[in-house]
Ligand binder design. Sequence first.
Ligand code: GDP
Length: 328
Amino acid sequence: MARPAANPQQLADDIIAGNRRALAKGITLVESTHPDHRRDALALLAAVMPHTGRASRIGISGVPGVGKSTFIESFGTFLIDAGHRVAVLAVDPTSALSGGSILGDKTRMQTLAFNPAAFIRPSPAGKTLGGVTRRTRESLLLCEAAGFDVVLVETVGVGQSETAVADMTDLFMLLLLPSGGDELQGIKRGIMELADLVLVNKADGSQLGTAQQTLADYRSALHFMQSRSAQWRPQALACSALHNQQIDAVWEAIQAFYAAMADADALAKRRAEQARSWMWSEMGETLLNDLRHDPRVKQALPALEAEVVAGRVPATAAALELIELFRR
Ligand code: GDP
């Protein structure tokens, strides 16, 4: 495989200078699992580090069809018109299985895709959510270094990907559909608890009344929910991504969030906690990977696993035995 970067320092300089091709190249480098590339990627990240941390990092989630890409198109265009530079990244753990990814479809976000102030990158493919998440986190840093001051990280409502995105962004936004009746949609409570901002999308046309009702339901639900931060009480808004309605109100709410989170260094603390937990998950991933590839473990694994599956050996005993093999 060709080495994508001749010199990580040169690449870092080009990224910091705002060169889009360099940014794309840098992201390709951090996405690579080749050991040589990994070394270069770490050098690249170290070089850009002083230029990171200045963007608003916003997570966006919601079930397929809720209007995420329509919203990102409309919100992104709104931000660019207001003078911002917007990068759009994604965490889609299903992309490895389906072969496609949520931002891979060229027909999505067409206006934004051709806007020079926007940068859109599909989810990296990966075998584990941890791997996909790491690469998106690193890409986020590169986008910041390249001068994008708003980074939107999209995810599909699958598995643990919402938690992963909430853990790498400042503000986690959940898009919901207008739903008749007063039942809260099949949204898992844990995901609601991650949300700093809830948006009832498609508040237009014949769905307007339903959307208003859904909004009222969520507002009262949020009222009784534990907030993630003492500084910020989660808010709910209704909008129409398709008709660009209330998009400015969404940005206002985000600004209010940042103003509130400046208090008592709440944002800095959230980011510090995220960095700490990222470090631990990196160690976990790396150790687990080493363990899986250890020849002694590899040799003993199939038989032991079969014993565990058959119920003849307790899982804890097998785990300990494999770890002992690895430590020797
Ligand atoms: P995603 O799967 O969450 O990315 O959803 P899309 O953005 O692809 O939108 C799914 C469908 O909902 C598309 O047909 C959109 O045109 C439509 N849609 C998105 N936002 C709105 C909205 O605000 N109002 C209405 N009426 N339709 C919308």
